[in-house]
Write a protein that binds this ligand. Structure first.
Ligand SMILES: N[C@@H](CCC(=O)N[C@@H](CS)C(=O)NCC(=O)O)C(=O)O
Length: 223
């Protein structure tokens, strides 16, 4: 069976977990703390990053969430997530890249640093000025999701796609860390409630990161 090396608040691992579940692929979780720089993770992925997806029986080791999702798309027929015409697939990939890079850089990464790493590893208080700027940038990203949902059924078009899972994975981590304020974002909030209510999302929402409690409403699909 596949083993996914990850930690609960890794947004890229969450995207892979959602893709695996949507496609009905069985997997188990193997806990990694990439910030510890352990040799075992570097042996699996020379970049030292999670996620890594490994099948010890084949043996086959895949690293980088986009490479992993593309592999799953090419090898599992069920529930295509990069679908449609070439232009539609390009739009899905554009949005996946945007959430993986811009949203992560502007919002998820600073939230993880300020509210997870400083608490668990560095043992220093968060920088409130930086957190305010992160929340401001989160609003800009949510404005764009509002616009997409005003104009499309799902983020990339008429079909549910990997773009929705990439975005929801990033938002779910930022939300766990208190970085999402839905005020003024009815469209984005409605879309996220639908994503949260999918069976593939349930295991993510009930999982906890030790030492960091999730805020009220985080795991409630109606909230
Ligand atoms: N492009 C990579 C990014 C992976 C990544 O940045 N993973 C983070 C965790 S969210 C990591 O392992 N960071 C190393 C650290 O925290 O020291 C992917 O899509 O898989």
């Amino acid at each position: 069976m596949w083993q996914l090396h990850c930690f609960p608040l890794c947004p890229f691992s969450r995207k892979v977990r959602l893709a695996l579940s949507e496609k009905g692929v069985q997997f188990t979780l193997v806990r990694e703390n990439p910030w510890e720089g352990g040799d075992a993770l570097y042996a699996l992925n020379p970049a030292g990053l999670t996620p890594v997806l490994r099948d010890p029986n084949k043996p086959l080791t895949l690293a980088d969430s986009r490479a992993i999702c593309e592999y799953l798309e090419e090898t599992v027929d069920k529930a295509p997530l990069i679908l449609g015409t070439a232009a539609q697939r390009a739009e899905i990939r554009r949005l996946v890249a945007m959430f993986d890079e811009q949203f992560f850089g502007d919002v998820t990464h600073p939230m993880l640093h300020e509210r997870m790493k400083k608490r668990l590893v560095l043992r220093t208080p968060p920088d409130s000025k930086l957190l305010r700027e992160t929340m401001r940038l989160a609003h800009e990203h949510l404005d764009y999701i509002d616009w997409l949902i005003d104009n499309r059924r799902w983020l990339a078009g008429a079909q549910l796609s990997l773009a929705d899972f990439a975005a929801a994975a990033q938002i779910s981590v930022a939300d766990y860390l208190g970085g999402i304020d839905w005020a003024g974002h009815e469209e984005a909030h409605g879309w996220y409630r639908v994503m949260k209510s999918r069976p593939s999302f349930r295991p993510l929402l009930t999982e906890k990161m030790e030492g960091i409690p999730a805020p009220a409403g985080y795991s409630d699909p109606n909230s």
